[in-house]
Design a protein around this ligand. Structure first.
Ligand SMILES: [Zn+2]
Length: 417
């Protein structure tokens, strides 16, 4: 068997493994959210909150879709014409065109070209957030956030680029095997590193103050059988009025994080409902599921790129001799952008299923459908959600069930018990 056949076999095995993970770890049967209940829930929401949420999302739409389309277009133009290869050469030229310099500076030049072109859309988005009072950031603070994100992206990007092109040079025929293992390993590493190294760059986390709420939340974690290292409060208010909570990391870095805005806005019983939802993510190891999916996805991507590397027409378009040379980095970015775009709806669907399970858990563990609905109504109002978004947009992009779906699920659950 040739390396190419082995790569095809690896691709097939990884795809099957991904299917097994998705089938076995994603909840496919969660309580339904009858449309009649959704419409009834919609009628209970304050009319001005609903119209404000809709107006906000209409105002965001041009910048969201504009940024998405422009980013894709630039990736395709750079990747499917010799322009990208030329940009890499240009970036490497001051250093004699050494492959390592081409890989790092060329790769970053290609990625940042895309960032630069979509920057006006990001600024547009931020101006809408400010207009609607959701963002509490000055433009200066926003720019600092952006720069921090660029620096972190550049560091992770440089590690990935050096790793990838070192492997392609060391193993010119078998790089897919080492590269796939490396890409999967990087995804696992990022899950561990993200909460302890990257999140603190953007927010300050302090342990929740001792008191009834903290005691309650710890008791809930105990009851859920979830080893949570701490309940932390993030200073989200320096950036946004939006309320939220989440769980990140796993093993020794796992923690529950509550936004300070949530503690400010919501009564304790609603905070408990939110945290109950988050505890379900920890209990069901949803972070592990997410990491498994991204690790397998990254390994698949490397094998897929190797297989694409024998497509002569594609290489000619990009003006490169091999997909494994640094000059082909724009082609790699273009393929990744298209793959990300095409698989986004499936990722969103899987995410919505997992989120629905957490809602169900929150209902069962608090046995309080009324508070759950009140909490959802507050989240929608404060966060300017469109409680019942356009169906196609929801299907393609939403990571969570809609507000009315979540409220309807609570109603159906309350009736059924
Ligand atoms: Zn969730």
């Amino acid at each position: 068997m040739t390396p190419r056949t082995w790569a095809a076999v690896a691709f097939g095995v990884l795809l099957a493994a991904l299917a097994v993970v998705v089938i076995t770890r994603v909840p496919w049967s969660t309580a339904p959210a009858p449309r009649a209940d959704q419409l009834a829930a919609l009628r209970t929401l304050p009319e001005d909150a609903v119209s404000r949420g809709r107006a906000f999302h209409s105002a965001l739409r041009p910048s969201s879709y504009g940024g998405l389309a422009t980013g894709l277009l630039v990736a395709l133009i750079l990747g499917l014409t010799p322009l990208g290869a030329r940009l890499v050469e240009l970036a490497g030229r001051p250093f004699g065109g050494h492959w390592l310099v081409q890989a790092i500076l060329g790769g970053l030049a290609v990625v940042f070209a895309g960032e630069l072109v979509t920057l006006p859309f990001a600024a547009w988005r931020q101006s809408v957030l400010r207009d609607y009072g959701l963002s509490t950031q000055t433009w200066g603070a926003w720019a600092v956030d952006l720069l921090k994100a660029y620096v972190i992206g550049a560091i992770i990007g440089a590690v990935a680029l050096v790793g990838f092109f070192t492997v392609t040079r060391l193993f010119p025929r078998w790089w897919f095997a080492v590269g796939a293992a490396g890409a999967a390993g990087l995804m696992v590493l990022l899950t561990f590193v993200f909460p302890v190294l990257i999140e603190p760059v953007f927010n300050k986390f302090t342990p929740m103050e001792p008191g009834q709420l903290r005691t309650d939340l710890q008791a809930m974690a105990q009851e859920a059988g979830v080893p949570v290292r701490d309940v932390l409060v993030a200073d989200a208010s320096r950036r946004t009025r939006a309320v939220n909570a989440y769980v990140s990391g796993f093993g020794p870095t796992r923690r529950i994080v509550v936004y300070d805005t949530l503690l400010e806005e919501a009564p304790a019983r609603e905070v408990r409902a939110v945290v109950a939802h988050e505890l379900s993510h920890a209990q069901q190891n949803d972070v592990v599921t997410g990491t498994l999916i991204s690790a397998l996805g990254a390994a698949l991507a490397v094998c897929g790129l190797y297989l694409l590397g024998s497509w002569g027409g594609l290489l000619r378009r990009a003006g490169v001799e091999s997909i494994a040379e640094p000059r082909a980095v724009a082609l790699l970015v273009a393929v990744a952008a298209v793959a990300g775009f095409l698989t986004a709806p499936a990722q969103a669907y899987v995410s919505r299923r997992i989120e629905a399970r957490s809602d169900e858990y929150a209902l069962v563990s608090t046995s309080d459908g009324t508070t759950f609905e009140e909490m959802m109504a507050r989240l929608a109002t404060v966060n300017l959600a469109d409680p019942d978004p356009p169906a196609l947009e929801h299907l393609l992009f939403s990571s969570h069930p809609s507000t009315v779906e979540r409220m309807a699920m609570a109603r159906a659950w309350s009736r059924g018990r």
